[in-house]
Design a protein around this ligand. Structure first.
Ligand code: F6P
Length: 359
């Protein structure tokens, strides 16, 4: 049996662990694994322009500790799904033809696709041309409804929490407010968990629209109680309760990584009179070595994906439910985004600890 593996979309700590899991589990079954470079682009290999590598357990040993991905990744490239007038998505026919040629040439029996919802939808289209696929979920934002956790998330949370620890000491020294922008376009999981771990005073999430007045009131109360430093964590997708008030007049309120934290810092500094600095953690959250949880989860996802290939359970995505691995039809898996429920126990715990969400 020959199985392919590729990762697609933004990287996430733990991708290499998935690859090591796939290669380990496949080789134990006597199967071969080919890794495609740069996402789906690797499928467009031609003789003389090979964009893949046969992977052995010896070559992958210890890979789980390394950040990034040995295979490289691309956001969309030639496999961008074009949506026609009938709203049905498709990949360019010429791209599909080249893919079929690669599948034939390498004698591929199945493909494991590690990616977010967009990549899983592309994977489904490939299964329609006769390439059976198994999906592995990947989003650092941890916002895929089908799985309790995605690898990379806890590495990002650790970075946020460690950054807050560091920022607290300098903020305390100068009696400043620090506004830290973190990743999370649609869901505020990184801000919520990183903020709780790092003792943030204020956490602003996309799911809990906030008012500047409420945040200012909380900050002033803490200052009046004698607190020297103020830590504010802002998810990149955070939004105001009054949608008519634009946070950033220049971008018409559009949320961009590396923008919203600075805007909020300026507004809070003006309203409180506290000297404020802002910082964007950005891709530091995605870089570097995965934490041990992500190494283990990535490895489990990879090895379970091979188990699904063995059971011929295709067009499914592996998922973690509780402590168990399970398979979810890709079609279902990509449908639901997992957002922070403003009344969930984690938010209530944070409120009990005194965190202000600005609502
Ligand atoms: O979706 C994951 C994510 O990390 C977002 O939180 C962030 O906005 C985006 O990716 C950054 O993407 P890129 O690497 O393309 O700048």
């Amino acid at each position: 049996m020959n199985i392919g593996v590729l990762n697609s979309g933004g990287d996430s700590p733990g991708l290499n662990a998935v690859i090591e899991g796939v290669v380990g589990a496949a080789s134990r079954r006597g199967w071969n694994v080919v890794g495609f470079y740069d996402g789906f682009e690797g499928l467009l290999s031609e003789e003389g322009d090979e964009r893949f590598e046969w992977l052995t357990p010896a070559a992958c040993r210890g890979l789980r500790a390394k950040g990034g991905t040995i295979l490289g990744t691309v956001n969309k490239g030639n496999f961008a799904i074009k949506v026609g007038v009938d709203q049905k998505g498709a990949i360019e026919p010429a791209v599909l033809e080249k893919t079929k040629a690669t599948v034939r040439r390498l004698g591929l029996d199945a493909l494991i696709v590690v990616g977010g919802d967009g990549s899983q939808s592309t994977a489904l289209l490939l299964s329609e041309i006769g390439l059976p696929v198994v999906g592995v979920p990947k989003t650092i934002d941890n916002d895929l409804g089908a799985t309790d956790v995605t690898f990379g998330f806890y590495s990002a949370v650790s970075i946020v929490s460690e950054s807050l620890d560091r920022l607290e000491t300098t903020a305390n020294a100068h009696q400043r407010m620090m506004v830290v922008e973190v990743m999370g376009r649609h869901a505020g999981w990184i801000a919520l968990e990183g903020g709780i771990a790092g003792s943030a005073d204020v956490i602003l999430l996309p799911e809990i629209p906030f008012s500047l007045e409420n945040v200012v009131e909380c900050i002033k109360a803490r200052k009046a109680a004698g607190q020297r430093e103020i830590l504010v964590v802002v998810s990149e997708g955070a939004r105001l309760a009054d949608e008519l008030v634009l946070l950033d007049e220049k971008t018409q309120g559009e949320v961009r990584l590396g923008g919203i934290g600075k805007v909020i810092a300026k507004k809070l500094e003006e309203a409180t009179g506290i000297e404020t600095r802002s910082c964007v953690l950005g891709h530091i959250q995605r870089g570097g070595s995965p934490c041990s949880y992500d190494r283990i989860l990535g490895t489990r996802f990879g090895s379970y994906a091979v188990e699904l290939v063995e059971k011929r359970q295709f067009s499914c995505m592996v998922a973690l439910r509780g402590t168990q691995m399970t398979a979810v039809p890709i079609e279902e898996a990509v449908k639901t985004l997992k957002l922070v429920d403003p009344d969930c126990q984690l938010v209530r715990t944070a409120r009990d600890l005194g965190v202000c969400f600005g609502d």
